[in-house]
Write a protein that binds this ligand. Structure first.
Ligand code: ADP
Ligand code: MG
Length: 726
C-alpha cells in the first residue's frame, strides 16, 4: 500500500546535513550580477549607463546593451552557466522561464558561446498560452519580455536568469511586474512631492517591502500519497487528528531537525541568490514554519519572494520534504499567510513612517501616516480584492486571521493623537494653538510609540511602529498584486494631498504647516470608519463594520468586483498604473482562474471519494459481512447478540456511501451546469455558490468513513501522519 510504504520510508529517513563552511556575508549575492560584479565586468561607460537606468529609469542604448550582454555572458560562463532565460512573472502566479543555450555553431564541428544586446534587452517568448484576458490574441503569440535593470540578473543552477517585464506588442502589461513598476514610479513622484514640504533635498522616495513567508513542510512521500495535495496543494478531506494545535506547543518551539536541515539548506541558496533571509521559526500549526528576510526595495523584494517560492520546493525535494504554500492545506488548524511589511524611505535615508526627533519630522510622519489611512479608507474594497483568491477565501473571514473586512489598527496612543488633530482650528491657527500642537501633540510622538507594544494580531492592516503591515495577503500570492494596489492608492492620495495643501497656501494664504494641519484634520474626519483596534475575528466587529458601511466580501467572486469599479479605473488612470483595458483583462483572468480552481478541486474530490474512499469502505464492509456470516454459521439465530457492533458499522458505511454517491452526482451536475455558462462572472459565481458548498457534505461523510474503516486499509495519508511525522 502506498500509504504504508511512504510511512515506513518517512520513519527511516535520516536528517540530511548541510555544509555551512562559509560565512553568509561572504556567500551573499555570489550568484547575482550586482553592482560590484558589474563594476568589475563592465566598461565604465556601460556601468554608468546601467546605474543611470537603475536610479533614474533612463533608457539603455543599443550599443551599450551589446556591451552589457557580452560582460554578463562572460561572468555567467565563469560561474558555470550554460543557458540564459528571461525570467518573468505571468499572471498564472508562478514564475516563467524558457531556457536558451549560449551555444551557437560556427560551422561543422565548431561552436561558440554567444549572447548579444538583442537577447538581453528584448525577447519574444513563444508564450501564447499565458493568461492575458483577451489583450493579446492567442494566435498572434505576441508578448515581449524586456529587461528590468532595477532587478539584477542572477544564476540559478546553470542558468543565467534575467528579470524581465512581460508586455503585449502594444505595450499593455501581461504580467505582475509591469504595473508594480508603474505604481512604484507613481509613488516615488507623489511621495517626493510631499516629502519636499519637509526637506527640500529629497529627490526620491522608495517603497520598501519585507515579507514574512509562512508555509507547511510535510514528508514528500506521505504528501505524494494524496492526490488532493498533489493536484490542488491542499487536503480536500481528512479527519482532524486527536492532537492539533490546541496545546500551542509548536509556536516558536525548537525547530525539528529535519525542518532545520531544510531551512539551513534553503537559506544558503537564498543568500547566494542575494535574498537577505534573516528569520526562521515555527508557526502556530504543527509542521508550519515561517521565513522572513531583511526588507528591501519593493520591486526587488517581490522578485525575491517569487524566486523563493520557486526554489523552496526544489530544496525541499533534496530533504524528501514537500513545501505547501497553500493558504489552507489542512482544515481545522491555522492556515498560512504572507505579511507584507511596507514603509517609505527617502533618498536622504528617512523612513517617513517612522516618528522622528523634531516636531517637523513628526509632522511629516503624521502626513504620510494619515494619508495612508485615508487611502485605505477610500479603497478598502480594492485592498480586499487584491488579496482575493480561491485559496485565500479559506482564511479570510472564517474565524481565522484576518477577517474579510479591511480595517486599520493604529493603537491607543496614535488614536489619541488623531483625536487631538481632529480638533485643529479651521483655517489659520493662533500662535498659542501652534505652540500647543508643537509641544503636546506633534512633539510627543516618539515617546508615545516606544511603549506602544500592544500589537493587534487580528487586524488585516496594522501600524507597527515604523511600518504598516498588510497581514491578509495569502501565503502563495505574488506580493506584486497587493503591493501594486497599496502603492497606487497611497500615491493617488499623496497627489491629492499636495494639491489640497497648495490650494490652501496659494489661495487662502495659510502657512505651510497650517495648511497641512487643515488637510490632515479633514482626512481624519473622513476616514475614521476604517480605524478599528478591537478583535477583528469577533461577530460584533462584523455587525459594527456593517454599520460603518465597510465591505465584507467573503468570497472571491464578490470581492473581485471592486477591481472593475469606477473608482478603481480612476485611481489607476490618475496614477498611470493601468489603463481600463489592462484592468479589465486582469479581472477577467482572475475570475476565470477562480472557476478553474474550484473546478479542479471538484474533480479531484469526486475522484478521491469515488475511487479511493468508497472502494475502501466497501472492502472493509465486506470483511464485516464475512465476519457476520461466520458468526451466523456458528450461533445461528443467536448471532445478533455477537454481531451488534458490526451490523451497526455495516449500516453506517452504507449510509455514508449512499450520501457520498448522491452528493458527488449532484456536484457533477452542478459543474456541468456551471461549465455551459458563457459569462465568466456567472460561471465563477455558480462554482462558488452551487458547487463549492457540496465539498463540505462530501467531505463530512468521507471523514466519517475514515474513522470507521480499518486503518490498515485506508489508502490516504492521515492528518496525524502528515502533521506529526518528522
Ligand atoms: P513580526 O513581529 O511581525 O514577525 P518583524 O518586526 O520581525 O515582524 O519584521 C517582519 C518583517 O518586517 C521583516 O521582513 C522585516 O524586514 C520587515 N521590516 C522591518 N522594518 C521594516 C520597514 N521599515 N519597512 C518594511 N519592512 C520592514
Ligand atoms: Mg509580522
Amino acid at each position: 500500500m502506498l500509504r504504508f510504504t511512504a510511512l515506513k520510508a518517512a520513519m527511516n529517513r535520516n536528517t540530511v546535513m548541510v555544509k555551512e563552511e562559509e560565512r553568509r556575508s561572504e556567500v551573499f549575492g555570489r550568484y547575482v550580477f550586482h553592482q560590484d560584479t558589474m563594476q568589475q565586468y563592465l566598461t565604465r561607460e556601460a556601468y554608468i549607463s546601467v546605474k543611470d537606468a537603475m536610479e533614474h529609469g533612463t533608457k539603455i542604448g543599443r550599443k551599450i546593451a551589446d556591451q552589457i550582454a557580452v560582460s554578463m555572458k562572460d561572468w555567467a560562463l565563469s560561474m558555470g552557466a550554460t543557458h540564459y532565460t528571461h525570467w518573468f512573472q505571468p499572471l498564472t502566479g508562478a514564475t516563467a522561464e524558457k531556457h536558451d543555450s549560449f551555444f551557437e555553431t560556427l560551422g561543422v564541428g565548431r561552436g561558440i558561446e554567444r549572447f548579444g544586446g538583442d537577447q538581453l534587452v528584448q525577447q519574444e517568448p513563444d508564450a501564447s498560452s499565458f493568461p492575458h484576458g483577451g489583450i493579446r490574441n492567442t494566435f498572434e503569440a505576441r508578448g515581449y519580455t524586456a529587461w528590468d535593470p532595477f532587478s539584477p540578473a542572477f544564476i540559478y543552477g546553470t542558468t543565467l536568469c534575467i528579470p524581465t517585464v512581460f508586455v503585449s506588442y502594444t505595450g499593455e502589461a501581461l504580467d505582475y511586474k509591469t504595473p508594480l513598476l508603474r505604481a512604484l514610479h507613481a509613488m516615488d513622484q507623489a511621495a517626493t512631492g510631499v516629502a519636499k514640504y519637509f526637506d527640500k533635498n529629497v529627490k526620491k522616495v522608495n517603497a520598501s517591502l519585507g515579507w514574512e513567508q509562512e508555509y507547511f513542510l510535510v514528508d514528500r512521500a506521505l504528501a505524494n500519497a494524496r492526490p488532493d495535495i498533489v493536484m490542488t496543494g491542499r487536503t480536500l478531506l481528512g479527519h482532524s487528528s486527536a492532537k492539533g494545535q490546541q496545546l500551542d506547543d509548536h509556536y516558536f518551539g525548537s525547530i525539528p531537525n529535519r525542518a532545520l536541515a531544510f531551512m539551513r539548506d534553503l537559506e544558503v541558496e537564498c543568500i547566494g541568490l542575494g535574498i537577505p533571509v534573516k528569520t526562521r521559526h515555527n508557526e502556530v500549526a504543527p509542521n508550519q514554519f515561517e521565513m522572513a528576510p531583511i526588507f528591501e526595495e519593493t520591486n526587488l523584494a517581490v522578485d525575491h519572494n517569487a524566486l523563493l517560492m520557486d526554489i523552496m520546493d526544489k530544496v525541499a525535494e533534496r530533504h524528501e520534504l514537500k513545501v505547501l504554500l497553500h493558504e489552507k492545506p489542512f482544515a481545522g488548524i491555522n492556515g498560512s499567510g504572507k505579511h507584507n511589511n511596507w514603509s517609505l524611505t527617502t533618498n536622504t535615508g528617512v523612513n517617513v513612517l517612522q516618528p522622528g526627533k523634531t516636531p517637523m519630522s513628526n509632522l511629516q510622519f503624521l502626513t504620510f501616516f494619515i494619508t495612508t489611512i485615508k487611502a485605505i479608507h477610500e479603497h478598502e474594497a480594492l485592498m480586499r480584492a487584491g488579496i482575493a483568491s480561491a485559496s485565500n477565501d479559506h482564511r479570510l473571514g472564517s474565524n481565522e486571521a484576518p477577517p474579510a473586512i479591511m480595517s486599520v489598527f493604529i493603537g491607543e496612543q496614535l488614536t489619541a493623537v488623531l483625536k487631538e488633530l481632529e480638533g485643529v482650528t479651521d483655517g489659520k491657527l493662533s500662535p498659542k494653538e501652534k505652540t500647543d500642537l508643537k509641544l503636546n501633540v506633534v512633539g510627543k510622538i516618539p515617546e508615545i510609540l516606544l511603549d506602544n507594544t500592544d500589537r493587534n494580531r487580528t487586524s488585516p492592516f496594522a501600524f507597527t511602529g515604523n511600518k504598516f503591515e498588510f497581514r491578509a495577503v495569502g501565503s502563495k500570492a505574488n506580493c506584486a498584486n497587493p503591493m501594486t494596489i497599496l502603492n497606487t492608492i497611497v500615491a493617488k492620495q499623496l497627489q491629492d494631498f499636495k494639491i489640497e495643501v497648495d490650494v490652501l497656501i496659494d489661495k487662502k494664504g495659510l502657512k505651510k504647516d497650517e495648511a497641512i494641519f487643515n488637510v490632515l484634520r479633514e482626512y481624519i474626519k473622513q476616514s475614521k470608519n476604517i480605524l478599528f483596534d478591537g478583535n477583528g475575528y469577533s461577530k460584533e466587529w462584523e455587525i459594527e463594520a456593517g454599520k460603518r458601511k465597510l465591505s465584507n466580501h467573503k468570497t472571491t467572486p464578490e470581492a473581485l468586483k471592486a477591481k472593475i469599479s469606477k473608482k478603481t479605473f480612476e485611481v489607476y488612470e490618475a496614477t498611470g498604473v493601468m489603463n481600463r483595458k489592462e484592468v479589465e483583462a486582469r479581472y477577467e483572468i482572475e475570475i476565470e482562474e477562480y472557476a478553474l480552481r474550484i473546478q479542479i478541486e471538484g474533480r479531484v474530490l469526486g475522484d478521491i471519494a469515488r475511487n479511493h474512499v468508497i472502494p475502501t469502505a466497501i472492502k472493509y464492509q465486506n470483511t464485516l459481512l464475512n465476519n457476520v456470516s461466520g458468526l451466523k454459521t456458528i450461533y445461528n439465530t443467536d448471532f445478533k447478540k455477537y454481531a451488534k457492533e458490526q451490523l451497526e458499522i455495516i449500516e453506517d458505511i452504507s449510509m455514508h456511501i449512499g450520501l457520498i454517491n448522491a452528493k458527488v452526482k449532484e456536484m457533477t451536475e452542478e459543474r456541468r451546469k456551471a461549465n455551459i455558462l458563457k459569462n465568466s462572472e456567472e460561471k465563477a459565481t455558480a462554482y462558488c455558490v452551487q458547487v463549492k458548498p457540496l465539498f463540505d457534505t462530501i467531505r463530512y461523510s468521507c471523514d466519517k468513513l475514515e474513522l470507521l474503516v480499518d486503518d490498515q486499509l485506508w489508502p490516504l495519508t492521515k492528518y496525524r501522519e502528515l502533521l506529526f511525522t518528522r
